[in-house]
Design a binder for this molecule. Structure first.
Ligand code: SF4
Length: 421
C-alpha cells in the first residue's frame, strides 16, 4: 500500500469502486514524487467525500458541489507549484456544482479534479445524476431524452489544461499521474462501480459504460489537450515598495459608514497604500444584502510579516463617518482603540465608551458623505504618520476617479478637529 494512504479501513460498501480509485490516486501521487505534506485533498459530500481519513495528506471537506471552489481558494492562496491541490468529487457533486468545475477550468487553476463517476448519488439511495449515461438511465426508465453532461469535454472547452476519462481500472494510475503532472487545471473522470445501487459485478457495469452512446465515440480514456496557461496571480497588477511606513506591529483599522459612502473603496485604497509602503495588508468588507441601504463596514490589517489570520478583534483605529457606521461598529471599539469620528456623531454616546482617544472632524462637511471615509483616512495618515500619505495619493492616482479622490485627499488638510480627550 502507498505511504500516502493511511491504514484506515476503507469506509465503502464491499466491492465499491471508490476504493480502487483511492489506491490508484495514492500510487499516482507517489509516482509523481510528492510527499504527504505536498498534497491537499479537498473532498465533497457523498460517498466520495468519505476519503479524507484515507489520506496521510492535508485534507479539507467542502459543501456538496462546492469542493472545486474551496480547492481554487487553497491553490491560489498557496501559489506554490511544488504543492498539489487534489479535489475529489462524485458525479453528483459535479452536477450540483458544475459552474465551479467550469470556472476552475476556465481559469486554469493549478489543481487536479478527480471525478469518481458511479453514475448515481450513492449516499442518498441511487438517484441518477447529470453524468449518468443514457444506457444506465434506459435501464432505470428515467430521463432518457436528456443526454448527460460530458464533463470532460465541457472542462476541455472551458480551458482545462488536461482532461481525460478512464473506464478501465488498469489505466487509472497512469491517467491520474498525467493529470497530477499537469501545470494548470486537470480533470480525470474515473468510472466507479456502486455495488449497492448499480451493479454487483464489474462486467455488468463496464458494459453499461462502454455501451453508452456518448462513450462510444470519444468517451474512452483520452487526453483532449495539453497547454500551459497563465495563473490568476500572474495576471494581477503587482505593486512594489515605493514609500515608507512606521508600522512596527500588526495594525488593524475599521472604517464604518453607510452604503454608498465610499467606505469599501476607501478601505481598498488604504490597503493598497499599505502594500506600496512595503507592508502586507488585507481588506475585507461587509454590508447588508440589499445593496445601497444601511451600513457599510470594512477592515484593513497591516503587518510587516505575512498575515495568516485576518480576524480583527482589537482594532487600533476606528473611523466612523455615519450613524449607520457607528451602530454597527460601536461594540467593536476596545480600550486601546483610537476613534476618529465625523462631528455629526457628537453626543451619540461615543464619549462614554472606554477607549484610548477620540477626535471629531468635519469630514462630511469638507468632502461630502461620499468622500468622508477617504477624507478621514487621509486625515489619520497625515496626523499619525504610520503610512506615507503620498502612498494613498499614488494609489488614488491610478484610479478611474483619480481627480475626485486626489481632491478629497488634499481637502483633508482643511478638516477642523475637535479633540474630545
Ligand atoms: S453506496 Fe455505492 S458508491 Fe456509496 S459506498 Fe456503497 S457502493 Fe460505494
Amino acid at each position: 500500500m502507498s505511504d500516502i494512504l493511511t491504514d484506515v479501513k476503507m469506509p465503502f460498501c464491499q466491492g465499491c469502486g471508490h476504493g480502487i480509485i483511492v489506491k490508484s490516486l495514492g500510487n499516482a501521487i507517489e509516482q509523481c514524487g510528492y510527499s504527504e505534506k505536498d498534497i491537499i485533498i479537498v473532498s465533497d459530500i457523498g460517498c466520495s467525500g468519505l476519503v479524507d481519513p484515507l489520506f496521510n495528506t492535508h485534507s479539507l471537506h467542502g459543501l456538496h458541489g462546492r469542493a472545486p471552489a474551496l480547492g481554487v481558494g487553497v491553490s491560489l492562496g498557496l501559489d506554490n507549484t511544488s504543492k498539489k491541490v487534489i479535489v475529489i468529487q462524485g458525479d453528483g457533486g459535479v452536477t450540483i456544482g458544475l459552474q465551479h468545475v467550469l470556472e476552475s477550468a476556465r481559469r486554469n487553476i493549478n489543481m487536479t479534479l478527480v471525478v469518481m463517476n458511479n453514475l448515481l448519488y450513492g449516499m442518498t439511495g441511487g438517484q441518477i445524476s447529470g453524468l449518468s449515461t443514457q444506457k444506465f438511465k434506459e435501464q432505470r426508465q428515467f430521463e432518457v431524452d436528456v443526454p448527460p453532461f460530458d464533463i470532460i469535454k465541457l472542462a476541455h472547452l472551458s480551458g482545462a489544461a488536461f482532461s481525460a476519462r478512464a473506464t478501465s481500472i488498469k489505466t487509472f494510475t497512469d491517467v491520474l499521474t498525467d493529470a497530477l503532472r499537469t501545470d494548470g487545471f486537470s480533470i480525470v473522470e474515473l468510472s466507479s462501480l456502486c455495488t449497492s445501487y448499480a451493479y454487483k459485478k464489474l462486467n455488468d457495469f463496464q458494459e453499461v459504460i462502454e455501451e453508452a452512446e456518448i462513450l462510444k465515440n470519444d468517451r474512452f480514456p483520452v487526453t483532449l489537450s495539453k497547454k500551459t496557461g497563465k495563473s490568476l496571480f500572474e495576471s494581477l497588477k503587482s505593486y512594489s515598495k515605493e514609500f515608507t511606513n512606521n508600522v512596527n506591529q500588526r495594525l488593524g483599522v475599521i472604517i464604518s459608514g453607510s452604503a454608498g459612502g465610499g467606505v469599501q473603496s476607501a478601505a481598498t485604497l488604504l490597503a493598497s497604500a499599505g502594500i506600496v509602503c512595503g507592508l502586507h495588508s488585507t481588506m475585507k468588507g461587509e454590508y447588508p444584502v440589499t445593496v445601497g441601504t444601511g451600513f457599510s463596514i470594512a477592515e484593513v490589517i497591516f503587518s510587516k510579516t505575512k498575515i495568516n489570520y485576518t480576524g480583527l478583534e482589537n482594532p487600533d483605529i476606528v473611523i466612523l463617518v455615519s450613524e449607520d457606521g457607528l451602530k454597527v461598529a460601536k461594540n467593536r471599539i476596545k480600550n486601546n482603540s483610537q476613534v476618529i469620528a465625523d462631528i455629526s456623531l457628537m453626543n451619540n454616546g461615543l464619549e462614554n465608551l472606554d477607549k484610548r482617544s477620540l477626535v471629531y472632524g468635519n469630514f462630511i462637511q469638507v468632502a461630502s458623505k461620499k468622500g468622508a471615509a477617504l477624507c478621514a483616512i487621509a486625515y489619520w495618515l497625515n496626523s499619525g504618520g504610520l503610512l506615507d500619505l503620498n502612498a494613498l495619493k499614488s494609489i488614488s492616482n491610478s484610479h478611474r476617479l483619480s481627480a475626485e479622490l486626489l481632491k478629497t485627499i488634499d481637502d483633508s488638510g482643511k478638516v477642523t478637529i475637535n479633540n474630545f480627550n
